[in-house]
Design a binder for this molecule. Structure first.
Ligand code: HPA
Ligand code: ZN
Length: 348
């Protein structure tokens, strides 16, 4: 999308602009928004044992060396979720924080298999999350929808069983994604179940190129036929792939603090977000698992801009990309784009 104009904002006003600009979040795992305080409260009310004696002890365990070291703790944290109220309260807490960060639209991932394997019914998961999304529209001014993710370390057969269990709730989620351990679980493993979801008219996204090679991004595009790539930061290793992503305007939902905490980049200053934007890709900024990675949306923007020296024009592009990359209709995209321009105009 062509930029409307060059925005001229004084450097000292950039942090406030980053906070205030309207934005969409397209890569947030709702189970990754579960703060230690909420984990302890739910463990107590549901009488679930957790192997940590305090909130502080749990938080101090959040030192990760790669994706798998995080996933082990993330799945343990999610084990406290039992009732529809738990799922509603978790999503509500996220949506309140999103509203405070001027997130006006969110497309939220959830991992039903993490819960159904523990005997929690699919209806409890989806109805609880969906209730929070519905309430947020009026109470918080955040428009939110759900994307069901299949766990890629499990089989395609299990993904099909999950889809079957979710069929009664088709009106309550807008698409499917693919997450969990990437290496050794290429997109091709889920070709048939994604083809079925496509027939059902669901939107398709997949994590690819977080730790995995560019070949996984190609397969997500060409085999799964996804509309967006989650992460995708390894794409810069493949020039032909970069051309394809730019030409087809395939959005990447980039998560800088996640990449830092999972050691995808040694330091935020070395993150390749600027390279992705300079190549004309529809890159966006997102929080991934904010309770575990040290920050929600605005913290991702503030820390990344401070570390990499990105400026107001990049901020505008990233926010605009977030709306362009979302699954909302063209009229609503236009309204958000106008709101974004008005916010920037007020800062000049
Ligand atoms: N990658 C893969 N799976 C995940 C992630 C992630 O960053 N967060 C939650 N599940
Ligand atoms: Zn993710």
């Amino acid at each position: 999308m062509a930029k409307t104009k060059d925005w001229n904002v004084a450097a000292e006003r950039l942090p406030e602009l980053l906070r205030r600009m309207p934005k969409a979040e397209l890569h947030i795992h709702i189970e990754g928004s579960l703060e230690p305080e909420l984990i302890f409260a739910m463990a107590a009310r549901n009488r679930v044992a957790i192997p940590y004696s305090s909130v502080e002890e749990l938080r101090s365990a959040y030192a990760f060396s790669n994706l798998q070291s995080f996933l082990d703790i993330y799945y343990a944290g999610a084990s406290v979720l039992q009732t529809e109220a738990d799922f509603r309260d978790m999503a509500w807490a996220y949506l309140e924080r999103a509203a405070a960060d001027n997130v006006v639209h969110a497309e939220i991932f959830f991992d039903p298999q993490t819960h159904t394997v523990r005997g929690v019914d699919m209806g409890i998961v989806i109805n609880g999350l969906h209730r929070a999304c519905t309430e947020a529209r009026d109470a918080l001014g955040v428009d939110a929808s759900l994307i069901l993710c299949f766990l890629r370390h499990l089989s395609e057969q299990e993904a099909f069983e999950t889809l079957e269990a979710a069929m009664p709730y088709l009106g309550k989620f807008i698409g499917v994604g693919l997450d969990s351990s990437e290496l050794g679980h290429p997109p091709e493993k889920f070709a048939k179940v994604f083809a079925r979801c496509r027939e059902l008219g669901l939107h398709l996204v997949a994590h690819a190129g977080e730790e995995g090679p560019p070949a996984y991004v190609w397969a997500a595009l060409d085999v799964l036929k996804v509309e967006r790539i989650d992460h995708g930061v390894q794409s810069t290793k493949d020039t032909a792939l970069m051309k394809r992503l730019a030409q087809d305007r395939i959005p990447l939902t980039v998560c800088p603090l996640s990449n830092l905490k999972l050691c995808v980049f040694p330091q935020l200053a070395q993150h390749n977000l600027r390279e992705l934007l300079d190549a004309g890709l529809v890159a966006t900024v997102n929080s991934d698992d904010p309770a575990y990675f040290g920050g929600y949306m605005n913290e991702n923007f503030l820390q990344t801009f401070a570390a990499t020296g990105l400026g107001a024009q990049h901020a505008w592009q990233l926010a605009r990309n977030s709306f362009d990359a979302s699954f909302i209709d063209a009229a609503q995209k236009r309204r958000y784009a106008d709101l974004l321009d008005a916010t920037f105009a007020a800062f000049e």
